[in-house]
Write a protein that binds this ligand. Structure first.
Ligand SMILES: *[C@@H]1O[C@H](CO)[C@@H](O)[C@H](O)[C@H]1NC(C)=O
Length: 296
């Protein structure tokens, strides 16, 4: 599929529960009409060429803004109008297959419990709208591999049911909000390859994720990265000989600079001040050179 996500989806399919359009060539921006889908539980437009910003109206997605669901399955009943009397008990259960924590899995018997947004691998720009923190029913949020900037919403911790959060490979800056430590269920998190800075909140389960969740953030410090990672490689900055060789400007560089100046300057000027015969010899030499130049 190419062209943009049609806005009639939001305008004329008010009962839509699952919208999966991943792996296409959709471009343009996400229509704000998508926010008019009160029953939407799964929105997956990953791996397309969608640009523009994430609609701010996301908080209008009523089902996603509620925790849990009374139905395990997503069931549709239908009538066979020709039957006499009309049969109303016929139904079918939806199933869906999608990436969950990095593996492709099929869901049917508990699909009704799944609430996820996956906008990954697109060309989205701008900030993550703070309205996203109203979607307290979300179990999984994947915004990775876009061009998102700005900061992680401070209230991200409101998404208490979040099990998987992937914001990797964007240009998100600022610090890691401490509210993120309030999500007890967070089982998978990836913040790698952004511009995050500051300390990883200490004494939290955020430190139990391994370093790969944080690598590629040039100014992020703390466990499990151990120290600031100015090269953005995720490699702890512990000196190991050859690693230091390619880094010219270090503390040692400044110390040698100071020492070099002190020794060089005072080695020459100091000895001229304190040793009379050398001083005479030196200025005689300067005078002689001066005369010689003048004559030439
Ligand atoms: C997020 O989506 C990308 C593909 O766009 C996928 O590679 C990655 O594994 C997903 N993250 C999680 C946590 O499932």
């Amino acid at each position: 599929l190419s062209s943009s996500v049609p806005d009639w989806i939001g305008a004329s399919l008010p009962d839509l529960v699952i919208l999966m359009l991943q792996f296409n060539q959709l471009s343009g921006s996400l229509p704000s009409q998508l926010c008019h889908l009160p029953h939407l539980q799964i929105l997956d437009v990953s791996v397309n060429e969608i640009s523009g910003t994430i609609p701010k109206c996301l908080n209008n997605l009523t089902s996603l803004a509620q925790e849990g669901n009374s139905n395990l399955t997503i069931r549709h009943s239908f009538n066979i109008s020709q039957a006499e009397p009309p049969m109303t008990s016929l139904y079918y259960d939806d199933d869906a297959t999608f990436m969950w924590k990095g593996t492709l899995a099929s869901y049917k018997s508990i699909l009704g419990l799944v609430k996820r947004i996956d906008l990954s691998s697109n060309r989205l720009t701008g900030e993550i709208p703070s309205e996203i923190t109203y979607l307290v029913g979300l179990l999984s949020l994947n915004l990775s591999r876009n061009n998102l900037s700005g900061q992680i919403p401070l209230d991200i911790g409101k998404l208490k049911l979040l099990d998987s959060l992937d914001l990797s490979r964007n240009k998100i800056g600022g610090g890691i909000p401490t509210s993120l430590t309030h999500i007890d269920r967070l089982g998978a998190m990836d913040l790698s390859y952004n511009n995050l800075s500051g300390e990883i909140p200490t004494g939290t389960q955020l430190q139990s994720f391994n370093a790969s969740s944080y690598i590629g953030n040039p100014w992020l410090c703390g466990l499990p990265l151990h120290v600031c990672d100015p090269e953005g490689t995720g490699r702890p900055n512990v000196s190991s000989g050859e690693d230091d060789a390619d880094e010219l400007i270090t503390q040692g560089f400044y110390i040698s600079l100071g020492l070099g100046f002190a020794v060089g300057f005072w080695g020459i000027c100091g000895s001229l001040i304190f040793k009379k015969s050398w001083r005479y010899a030196y200025y005689n030499f300067l005078n002689a050179s001066n005369d010689w130049l003048y004559v030439k």
